[in-house]
Design a protein around this ligand. Structure first.
Ligand code: DHB
Ligand code: MG
Length: 221
């Protein structure tokens, strides 16, 4: 079976269950205009995050890796009134485009963007002593995924979800001791997630418009 077939089926599924709208199209258009990498999640992945957030009644969501805020918009739309997404972005330029997208989407009151390296921003978030998060979505630099996992588990409530994008990388995670730091990070993350007694988890293998990759889904016990 070809990648082309997987992409066409992905488009079929997205057309039925995750049709685009002005808010999402606008976000992608501004991302393109700013010449940002087009590596945001697919519409179908966005719908899955949205559904998972609704299924657990998420009110507080943490995201690592805002990019232009496409996934953040899906997450913010799943919140009840008064809900909040805190999203961390390394690049100030990307965060600026994301802020424009949130303003255009009318979502600024629900989304807080924190600019800087998440490894440095996360301890500051802990110091704020806010309520725990219901859901965390990790979609930033893959080499730091294992460190992110250690930092977000104590920030997530029992029964809360920890999700991570790009943990299969076209199957490259099968190669032990990969020289690619992104692949090695994803593989180390998967091993850590599987071994962590505080969590129960699985990886969903995914094919489609984003190629062949995987989404990790973990639940805090
Ligand atoms: C890359 C990053 C992503 O988060 C993604 O979903 C796809 C690709 C990348 O850095 O190549
Ligand atoms: Mg990703």
């Amino acid at each position: 079976m070809s990648n082309d077939l997987f992409e066409r089926v992905d488009a079929y599924i997205d057309g039925l269950f995750a049709p685009s709208d002005a808010m999402l199209d606008g976000a992608v258009a501004r991302s393109r205009a700013a010449e940002m990498p087009e590596i945001q999640i697919s519409a179908g992945q966005g719908k899955l995050l949205y559904l998972l957030a609704k299924l657990i009644g998420a009110r507080r969501i943490l995201e690592l890796g805002t990019l232009a805020g496409y996934s953040t918009i899906w997450l913010a739309r799943a919140l009840p009134p008064g809900g909040r997404v805190v999203t961390m972005e390394f690049s100030a330029a990307h965060a600026e485009v994301a802020r424009q997208n949130f303003a255009a989407a009318g979502l600024v009151d629900r989304i807080e963007v924190i600019v800087g390296a998440a490894l440095e921003s996360l301890p500051g978030l802990v110091a704020r002593r806010e309520p725990l998060f219901d859901m965390v979505f990790i979609d930033a630099d893959k080499n730091n995924y294992p460190a992110y996992l250690d930092l977000v588990v104590p920030l997530t409530r029992p029964g809360g979800l920890i999700l991570a994008d790009n943990v299969i990388r076209g199957g490259k995670v099968l190669v032990a001791g990969s020289m690619d730091a992104q692949v090695a990070g994803a593989a180390a993350f998967n091993s850590k997630l599987a071994a962590d007694a505080r969590l129960e988890a699985i990886v969903l293998q995914q094919v489609g418009v984003k190629g062949h990759d995987g989404l990790a889904v973990g639940r805090v016990r």
